[in-house]
Design a protein around this ligand. Structure first.
Ligand SMILES: [Ca+2]
Ligand SMILES: [Ca+2]
Length: 314
């Protein structure tokens, strides 16, 4: 009864970085009936893995769903199963994603995973490329119902693990794209210094989350005081780097004369809102060091991957 799933599902080898936001936390949830008031659908998004949601027993087809509130490029979904001995009932099911239509009668859900075996205690599905969606449903076919201790959904980070460069170099430029907030990149104290990442493909840039090394100063230049800073995008993988002469050859996504703090989000407030982007760069005309714990580039959900269709939700 099921069509073939052609997407490659990768089991997580690394835990998402603490920088990535869990999209489902306290979002709107619902499920196919309720076992009792003690097990509402919201128990699967309360940040606590010791309690769980639980659908009414005695129904053959069971589902749980969350509305993310907006369309995202979903990079990973992590399921925490109910603890033993009843976790074994959580089998013969999987995950579906719906792009945007909130209609429950829609037949436009995409099945992105399915398994007959019992879900393990913790299971992460990574999606490369990401899958666009606003609604996510977990389903199973079992008379004992569907229980979920917790569900985590994270947006796809296009800069993660991608090749990075900087000038003039000090600490490794790739440290700003490694998913580890404890390791940082650094340029030497200089005017017109820059850092950039090659995303490896073109995306529609939506926003970037930047974690600057905090509280570090060198010759009166503090990295957390990163100022006179341009946020640049480029649709090609050209090897030319930003400087005062060629900055107009880049798309100036935004600019800040003053420090934006240690952690902040920037979207484009000049020119095109969602520029086609292959490279993203941070360029400062101030005499300073550019020290970055993490730079996370996110896309405007545009690259729809559809693999199969089924009547909601399973
Ligand atoms: Ca929970
Ligand atoms: Ca890092």
């Amino acid at each position: 009864m099921y069509v073939l799933v052609v997407i490659v599902i990768l089991t997580a080898l690394v835990h998402p970085s603490e920088a990535e936001v869990n999209l489902v936390y306290q979002q709107e949830t619902r499920q196919s009936g309720e076992y009792s008031e003690a097990f509402p659908a919201s128990n699967a998004v309360n940040g606590n893995t010791s309690d769980f949601s639980y659908t009414a027993a005695g129904q053959q087809a069971n589902w749980w769903m969350v509305n993310l509130g907006s369309k995202y490029s979903i990079g990973s979904i992590t399921l925490y199963n109910r603890l033993e001995p009843y976790g074994e009932y959580q089998n013969n099911g999987g995950v579906r994603i719906q792009p945007s239509d909130p209609s429950l009668s829609s037949d436009d859900w995409t099945r992105v995973s399915y398994q007959e075996d019992a879900y393990p205690q913790v299971q992460t599905h990574n999606f490369t490329p990401p899958i666009e969606g606003q609604h996510v449903a977990i389903f199973n076919i079992h008379p004992e119902g569907l229980a979920l201790a917790e569900v985590e959904i994270r947006e796809y980070c296009y800069s993660r693990g991608k090749l990075s460069f900087q000038y003039p170099p000090s600490e490794d430029a790739n440290n700003a794209a490694d998913g580890d907030l404890s390791k940082y990149s650094s340029t030497r104290n200089h005017t017109n210094g820059w850092w950039k990442v090659d995303l490896g493909r073109q995306i529609l840039f939506r926003e970037v989350k930047i974690f600057v090394r905090d509280g570090q100063c060198y010759e009166e230049a503090c990295s957390s005081h990163l100022r006179q800073v341009y946020f640049l995008t480029n649709p090609t993988n050209t090897d030319f780097s930003p400087n005062n002469e060629n900055i107009d050859d880049w798309n100036i996504c935004s600019y800040s004369e003053t420090s934006l703090g240690d952690e902040y989000i920037r979207s484009c407030d000049t020119g095109i809102a969602y520029p086609l982007t292959r490279q993203f760069s941070i360029f400062s005309t101030a005499e300073t060091q550019i020290e970055l714990r993490q730079v996370e580039v996110y896309g405007h959900g545009e690259f729809v991957i559809r693999h199969s269709h089924a009547v909601f939700p399973c």
